[in-house]
Write a protein that binds this ligand. Structure first.
Ligand code: BGC
Length: 457
């Protein structure tokens, strides 16, 4: 499957881009749905009179849904297909957006947020899978990275929408109504996601799996021409046979190391505290005396830096390599988090704090953010890749839940300074782990990576 789509009939690019953008919107909703909470959480705390533990719960309950969604998406997308699973996600996103805008009690809100969480978790597995399964090999990396880009665009977009809504009224209005509009605003991208998905096909790989070979061939022909389609169908046939391996294979010496690396990177990505910033940014800025409207503007700056440095990662990841980025990124995170802690400790300047937080987000966005997702999609053997990715994604959401549930509680008990220092220590551990255990995967085929585990066992 080495033929380049751009080598064959024109129009393929537009077909593939349309298909990839539709699926990547799943990433946009992932970013939107998880980060919308940053604008709402302060108002929810006032509206429902929440203590630190309940505040953590209101912010993180959706992530429990994500864990469930990530764990069940593999089976669902095998059963009803990738496209239908994504359509189901679009429906759940819509129900959750409306449901979160109208609750009378915290329990109703939690239920609605959890439904959205299931959609996020399922889409976080299925959208990249969908793109990877429909894209010709040579442009697969670029098309999959659209997905990561969509996550950060979703985050920036919702920070911006939250800011616009926050500016519509005073604190009283925001505590009573503002947060409802913030949650409800997700209805629009959710409906758009569903509408676009109705216009894209199922993936050829899934169609072949369920015996719909002719349809698979037609879609591959549309993607990159007849020769490519014939070769691809043969190739898929072979890998389908190989798919019968058991999960036990992952725990054998050799591949076990790959699993450990995937799981540890997922944990390190989340325990770096990134979502303490993404989900609580306005709260953090308000805590050092920034006025509410300005805190929302600063949050938009966080989203913008996150987006810009994701481009830096996309540009560098195939040039400098994964290891170099991860090493530079974790050093940057450790230094900036130490500085954030010190500024809280000494009641330092708000401007400096904003600068350090932005530099921290930049360090994360150019490395741990995208590279962890890239590495966990590369290091697992072909035959168990789907299931192994599902384990790593499951752990990632579990770690994400722990950080967002405990952040307000940590701030209340040990204080902001120590909380950020803890995240800083995790970044030092990340650096040591990457330097000693993560192999470079740049420029190697998936099969070469797979074989290297057995060599080094
Ligand atoms: C992480 C998310 C995080 C986002 C921030 C992603 O790679 O998995 O948890 O919110 O980056 O940009």
């Amino acid at each position: 499957m080495t033929m380049n789509a751009t080598d064959s009939a024109t129009g393929n690019w537009s077909f593939l881009m349309r298909v990839a953008i539709s699926a990547a919107l799943g990433g946009l909703l992932f970013g939107y749905d998880t980060a919308v909470i940053s604008g709402c959480i302060g108002h929810l705390q006032a509206h429902f009179e929440l203590d630190a533990a309940m505040k953590g719960w209101a912010a993180s309950c959706a992530l429990l849904g994500c864990i469930v969604g990530a764990a069940s998406a593999g089976a669902t997308s095998d059963w009803i297909g990738r496209q239908k699973t994504l359509l189901l996600c679009a429906l759940l996103f819509t129900i959750s957006a409306i449901g979160s805008a109208i609750p009378q009690t915290l329990a109703q809100l939690v239920a609605a947020r959890m439904i959205g969480g299931v959609a996020v978790g399922a889409a976080s597995m299925t959208a990249p899978l969908y793109i990877a399964e429909i894209a010709p090999e040579r442009i697969r990396g670029r098309l999959v990275s659209l997905y990561q880009l969509a996550i950060v665009v979703g985050i920036l977009l919702v920070f911006f929408v939250n800011m616009l809504i926050e500016h519509q009224g005073n604190t009283e209005w925001n505590e009573a109504h503002g947060w409802r509009w913030m949650f409800g605003s997700e209805t629009l991208p959710a409906v758009l996601f569903g509408a676009l998905l109705l216009m894209v096909p199922e993936t050829p790989r899934w169609l072949m799996k369920v015996g719909r070979r002719d349809e698979a061939l037609r879609i591959l022909e549309r993607a990159a021409g007849t020769d490519y389609a014939r070769a691809a169908v043969d190739q898929i046939d072979k890998t389908l046979h190989a798919h019968e391996a058991t999960l036990g294979e992952l725990f054998r010496p050799g591949y076990r190391a790959a699993l450990a690396i995937g799981v540890m990177l997922a944990i390190f990505q989340q325990f770096s505290g990134i979502n303490a910033i993404m989900y609580y940014a306005p709260e953090i800025f308000k805590a050092i005396g920034t006025e509410s409207n300005a805190a929302f503007v600063q949050t938009v700056a966080v989203g913008a830096v996150n987006l810009v440095f994701t481009f830096v990662a996309i540009w560098l990841v195939d040039r400098a390599g994964r290891r170099a980025l991860l090493i530079a990124g974790s050093i940057g995170q450790a230094i900036t988090l130490a500085a954030v802690g010190a500024l809280f400790h000494t009641n330092g300047s708000g401007v400096l704090l904003l600068v350090m937080i932005l530099l921290y987000v930049a360090s994360f966005a150019m490395a741990m953010g995208p590279v962890v997702w890239i590495v966990i999609s590369e290091i697992f053997p072909n035959r168990v890749r789907g299931r192994a990715m599902s384990i790593a994604t499951f752990v990632l959401w579990g770690a994400c839940y722990i950080v967002s549930q405990t952040f307000p509680m940590l701030v209340d008990t040990v204080g902001s300074a120590t909380t950020f220092w803890i995240y800083g220590i995790v970044s030092i551990a990340t650096l040591v782990f990457v330097a000693t255990s993560v192999p470079e995967t740049k420029g190697r085929s998936l099969e070469e990576i797979e074989a290297s585990w057995l060599k080094n066992r």
